[in-house]
Design a protein around this ligand. Structure first.
Ligand SMILES: Cc1cc2nc3c(=O)[nH]c(=O)nc-3n(C[C@H](O)[C@H](O)[C@H](O)COP(=O)(O)OP(=O)(O)OC[C@H]3O[C@@H](n4cnc5c(N)ncnc54)[C@H](O)[C@@H]3O)c2cc1C
Length: 429
């Protein structure tokens, strides 16, 4: 049996960040990736927040990365059947370097990160799927991939949201549909100038847009649109539990087609060429759904551990994946120094995570999945907002009511009580 110091399952952000860090520490790291190249199978909406992760990489590391556009403006849109209400926010300081967030395309970004890891000395095997863990006296001793058995002192499970490795190691139970969402996305090519004109952007700047409401038919989720250099990333995220349960049953790709036909979206993508379609699962269970992240000779990082946080206004997973990959590598380095790969020794990873923004943010927003699991956000409020604004802004053929009377006519006691209740619950976030 061929043996390596560390085997990393999955060449996504978590796996590649771990490989890069280990290789720089002189530790032998083999990444096994099932895709043709790192990033070939990876899906994201696509905006990465760099501020939390810069500290985990050498200075200037991300300046050389294939980033698309720094996000300088955000648009939040509540969609009703026949109307929509948008809020646009532009932030001057976001336009100044170091930019807080960038749009990215994973095909390019992961490939670049994979090259950095390889240049640092990590080994990469692509087009190979890890099928199982190898055990020796109850401890993880390696993996099987492509019919071969490969041994390792430590295995890092960085194999994404449906982590086979974490499940085989019994570090987590199979998830419930409610704990996941499915994301589906198109990349639509448009000329650079057209993007800047349509989205009201200065040269090189980028926009992020979120949509919620009738586009998901009252289901948990929403839509997103990010501007890349010469393309748009357009997609939707829908809770798998709601997709299965809510009637009438609709297939996710159909929701995306209807979303694209909405005038608010159709005008933005008009004339663009669809060049890529992808779909992927996203962990949505938050802090309560986290995987146990260490075992005997095994660590779990990124989506595989459940490190993803959807607050409705921000979607974060990529910086958790990068940081947890680096933190896992640091814990492994300490284990190598002690030559002790037991649970006790690798529990250092849990401690380092607790001290980092990864677990701190997951814990701060532990109530998010419960607060957001509220159909009124996805159905009622966008409709209510649309109705109030329509009545306020429509001039009919008769005399007009006072503006205050118009608003109050929509906010009866029951409505008011519902809003207060939802706001009260929202204080937990
Ligand atoms: C539609 C959508 C929109 C999103 N939007 C955002 C966003 O805007 N911002 C943000 O920060 N996050 C976003 N996320 C979440 C973010 O993409 C993830 O949190 C991030 O990709 C996690 O990285 P990872 O390395 O843990 O997992 P992944 O990127 O999933 O990488 C896992 C890797 O493991 C490989 N693999 C899996 N199983 C095996 C196996 N058995 N053998 C070998 N290789 C294997 C896969 O091919 C893949 O390369 C979004 C996700 C989706 C789906």
């Amino acid at each position: 049996m061929e043996k390596f110091e560390v085997i990393i399952v999955g060449g996504g952000l978590a796996g590649l960040a771990a490989a890069y860090t280990l290789a720089n520490e002189g530790i032998e790291a083999l990444v096994i990736e099932r895709g043709d190249y790192p990033g070939s199978k990876n899906v994201t909406g696509g905006r990465i927040y760099l501020n939390p992760v810069r500290q985990y990489f050498p200075e200037g590391f991300f300046e050389k990365a294939p980033l698309e556009r720094p996000v300088t403006s955000e648009v939040f849109t509540m969609m009703a059947e026949d109307s929509s209400t948008s809020l646009r926010f532009r932030c001057g300081s976001w336009a100044e370097p170091p930019h807080q967030s960038y749009t990215i395309l994973r095909g390019k970004f992961d490939r670049w990160l994979g090259e950095r890891a390889a240049a640092a000395g990590a080994m990469m095997v692509t087009k190979n799927r890890v099928d199982d863990l190898v055990w020796d006296e109850g401890k993880v001793a390696g993996v099987t991939a492509g019919g071969e058995i490969l041994g390792a002192e430590v295995v890092l499970a960085c194999d994404g949201a449906l982590s086979l490795v974490a499940e085989k190691a019994k570090l987590r139970k199979p998830g419930r549909p409610k704990d996941y969402a499915v994301g589906f996305k198109e990349v639509i090519e448009l000329p650079r100038q057209k993007i800047e004109d349509r989205f009201n952007l200065a040269e090189g700047e980028g926009a992020a847009q979120f949509f919620m409401g009738s586009l998901t038919g009252g289901r948990f989720g929403g839509g997103f649109l990010y501007t890349n250099q010469e393309s748009l990333s357009l997609g939707m995220v829908v809770g798998i539990g709601d997709l299965m349960e809510k009637q009438p049953f609709t297939e996710a790709p159909r929701l995306l087609e209807e979303f694209k036909r909405r005038p608010e979206v159709a005008a933005l993508i008009q004339g663009g060429e669809l060049v890529e379609y992808s779909a992927h699962v996203i962990p949505e269970a938050g802090y309560e759904g986290l995987t146990r992240v260490y075992g005997d000779r095994l660590l779990v990082a990124g989506d595989a551990a459940g490190f993803a946080l959807n607050l409705g206004v921000t979607v974060r997973g990529m910086e958790f994946a990068l940081a947890s990959g680096v933190i896992a590598a640091r814990a492994v380095k300490q284990a190598f120094e002690k030559k002790d790969f037991s649970v006790g020794s690798l529990s250092k990873y849990g401690q380092l995570l607790k001290e980092s923004f990864v677990l701190k943010d997951m814990e701060t927003f532990r109530a998010a999945p419960e607060v957001l699991d509220n159909p009124r956000f996805f159905n009622h409020y966008p409709q209510l907002m649309g109705k109030i604004l329509q009545d306020l802004l429509t001039i009919g053929d008769g005399p007009k009511e006072k503006l205050s009377s118009t608003v109050l006519s929509h906010l009866g006691v029951g409505e008011f009580a519902g809003i207060v209740k939802d706001l009260w619950k929202g204080r937990e976030m």
